[in-house]
Ligand binder design. Structure first.
Ligand code: NAP
Length: 358
């Protein structure tokens, strides 16, 4: 039996920091509790193109493990070549790198470690919101340059208090973001989601549901995206929707890069329609060196809070998703039931509605 793991290289950092479990070097803590002679493991970061380890080894792997931070993109075409594949495990949250409809058709189960990094991401979202609203990055860069001109940064810095904040998706992460924002005394917390939260959950985070997406974005000073990437969210934030945002709004997206149209976001930031954009997810990962989101700026030369995809891979999160991956593998090898919340695709059937209502 072959277990293929596509992980990112940690190089020297992973040698020096063994808690970097999501790396090729530290192999999600050994991948499996026991090594047997029948278990062949291949761990690699090499994932692009027909000669990559990913495409060479997927053809006879039974289990694929990958992370959203350095995803092996499992297309329908690759699934059709992967005759032995039975289980895909996402070490983390978000399995959009797998063609989930093709996984259903080919009876390949897809599981993720649900909830493993939702606090990590929610904290990052709050940080991104504050970083943008307070114009922190240009202010810090000014200090590193050796300059000191308060007016140049204060002219685009605001308080979060009194602003309207809205989350697209009020699930595990979106809800935790609202919980963390309660003490900031924002004017309103809005959410856009399929399902209404129970009234007591709404009241606990002072949230109001808005049913129409254009109406929703037109009311928000800050929009944060916390929904999975699927057919219904791919390209959701495009030129047309951005034109409905409040002029000068901030947008934070730590969900998935492809939920936003990359060029439309860069253009909206350049024109000032968006005052800022921050997040850590990109439509292609690793992002190409010339990706517009690396260098885009607002008319005052700031407003860019992009980082590599790391919000959900703090050392605390890595401990949780490594433990969850191990539990999923042990359940699989020992024929035990999986945790229902971890199952995205069961054998031949969708197990969750979160990747689009069907
Ligand atoms: P979750 O608990 O499943 O919550 C997602 C919410 O989004 C659900 O309430 C879902 O509604 C809603 N939703 C789905 N489609 C929507 C749409 N078209 N419009 C509005 N809402 C929609 O998931 P989570 O744990 O919060 O994670 C959310 C996403 O964050 C993940 O899928 C992943 O892509 C991303 N993520 C990123 C990182 C990172 O490191 N940057 C880490 C973890 C997760 P229903 O349940 O009613 O369908």
């Amino acid at each position: 039996m072959k277990v293929l793991a596509i992980l990112y290289n940690g190089f020297n950092a992973a040698v020096k920091e063994p808690r970097l479990l999501g790396t090729v070097e530290n192999k999600i803590n050994g991948l499996h509790h026991e090594d047997t002679s029948s278990l062949h493991r291949k761990v690699s970061s090499d994932k692009e193109g027909p000669n990559s380890d990913f495409e060479k080894h997927i053809v006879d792997a039974e289990v694929l493990i990958t992370t959203p931070f350095h995803p092996g993109y499992l297309t329908r075409e690759l699934i059709e070549k992967a005759k032995n594949l039975k289980l895909c495990v996402t070490a983390g949250v978000g399995s959009d790198h797998v063609d989930l409809n093709a996984a259903v058709d080919h009876k390949i189960q897809v599981l993720e470690v649900t909830g493993s990094n939702v606090v990590s991401v929610a904290e990052h979202v709050v940080m991104n919101i504050l970083t943008l609203v307070r114009n922190f990055i240009p202010a810090h860069e000014m200090i590193e340059r050796g300059d000191w001109q308060v007016s140049d940064v204060a002219r685009n810095a605001f308080d979060l208090e009194g602003k309207v904040i809205g989350t697209i998706g009020a699930g595990r992460i979106g809800y935790r973001v609202l919980e963390r924002l309660v003490p900031f005394d924002c004017k309103e917390h809005l959410y856009y989601d399929y399902a209404k939260l129970p009234v007591e959950r709404e009241q606990a985070v002072k949230a109001r549901k808005v049913d129409d997406i254009e109406d929703f974005v037109s009311q928000c000073d800050v929009v944060t995206v916390n929904a999975p990437l699927h057919e219904g969210t791919r390209g959701l934030i495009n030129e047309k929707l951005l034109s409905k945002f409040k002029p000068g709004a901030w947008l934070v997206n730590t969900a998935r890069g492809a939920i936003c149209d990359a060029d439309a976001v860069a253009a909206a930031l350049k024109s000032g329609q968006l005052r800022g954009y921050a997040g850590d997810v990109w439509n292609v990962q690793p992002a190409p060196k010339d990706h517009p989101w690396r260098t885009m700026k607002n008319p005052l030369g700031g407003g860019n809070g992009m980082t590599p995809h790391y919000s959900g891979t703090t050392l605390d999160a890595q401990a949780r998703y490594a433990a969850g991956t191990k539990a999923i593998l042990e359940n699989y090898f020992e024929g035990r039931e999986q945790e229902p919340a971890d199952i995205i695709v069961g054998v031949g059937a969708w197990a969750t509605k979160s990747y689009g209502q069907r």
